[in-house]
Design a protein around this ligand. Structure first.
Ligand SMILES: [Zn+2]
Length: 294
């Protein structure tokens, strides 16, 4: 029996290691998505606005930016030199190039290898947690989407519909097969996820005349509700406030951040959602035990 246990442990270890490598490679791709998706969205909006203006008043030329996720090939943002395949190996290339462009020696942000490392480790954790299964495979997709959304929201205060909406549909479809919860919980998770933040948004707007969050946040919570069911929504909201408070305090201590600078809410939702996805039930159990004692 012991040898079969060892075999099993080795097999799990192999899957986890594969997930780590896969995650590093995907992380490298996520860097491209994080950088380009918002730029191509902004370029599209700009073109649409210019077209609208031209039709209605001016004769200005339309800006034409051919940029999407796949084309053109990756290049150095400083000198535009193409990045060769060997310079594009996750983390390894960054260390080898000492964080500088091979052509012009421009500084490469530490963010790129960090996103790769983070994606690699979290991917390995997904497979460690769920094993080589549907749950594990889908958890990878959720994790990758949340990493992309977090970084894009930090950069641009933007949660692209092209990520949040498919994520929501995926959660609903997965749970139509009861992968993480039953379909009704998932459906009302999406509905209430959107509805709660929508209500908070309007309440906040009426009371303070300010906009506290964007519609992307509603869609992200709808997606998280679709994956985990409505039962998990209160915990996600509480956790996101906690994560927000911790990061906010850390930011003020470290950088002396001005309290009036808007901080996007999406990353807190994404982080809280990820924590709730893996440990939500455990956290709820512990809380209920405490509640009983008290
Ligand atoms: Zn360069």
């Amino acid at each position: 029996m012991e040898s079969s246990y060892t075999d099993w442990a080795q097999l799990i270890g192999l899957f986890v290691a594969c997930a780590l490598v896969l995650g590093l490679l995907v992380g490298s791709f996520l860097n491209v998505v994080i950088y380009r998706l918002p730029l191509s969205m902004l370029a599209k909006w700009k073109t649409e606005c210019e077209e609208f203006l031209r039709e209605h008043q001016s004769d200005e030329p339309i800006s034409d930016k051919d940029l999407n996720i796949v084309f053109p090939a990756s290049h150095c943002p400083a000198c535009k030199a193409d990045i060769k395949p060997w310079q594009n190996i996750p983390i390894v290339s960054y260390l080898f190039l000492k964080g500088k462009c091979a052509n012009c020696k421009a500084h490469i942000s530490i963010r790129y290898p960090l996103v790769e490392l983070c994606t690699g480790l979290l991917s390995a954790f997904c497979i460690y947690h769920f094993g080589f299964s549907y749950e594990g495979g889908l958890a990878l997709v959720l994790t990758w989407a949340l990493i992309s959304l977090t970084m894009i929201d930090i950069d641009h205060q933007l949660l692209p519909d092209s990520i949040t909406l498919p994520l929501m549909w995926m959660g609903l479809i997965a749970n139509s097969f009861s992968v993480y919860t039953d379909l009704y919980s998932a459906l009302f998770g999406a509905v209430f996820g959107y509805g709660i933040l929508w209500a908070v948004y309007w309440l906040f707007k009426i009371l303070t005349q300010k906009e506290g969050m964007g519609f992307g946040d509603f869609k992200l919570l709808a997606a998280l509700g679709a994956w985990m069911g409505w039962q998990m929504l209160p915990l996600i909201i509480i956790l996101s406030s906690l994560v927000g408070a911790l990061i906010g305090i850390a930011g003020i201590i470290i950088q002396g951040r001005d309290k009036n600078i808007p901080i996007p809410f999406g990353p807190y939702l994404a982080i809280a959602g990820w924590i709730a996805f893996f440990w939500g039930e455990k956290i709820t159990q512990i809380y209920l035990q405490f509640a009983k004692v008290a």
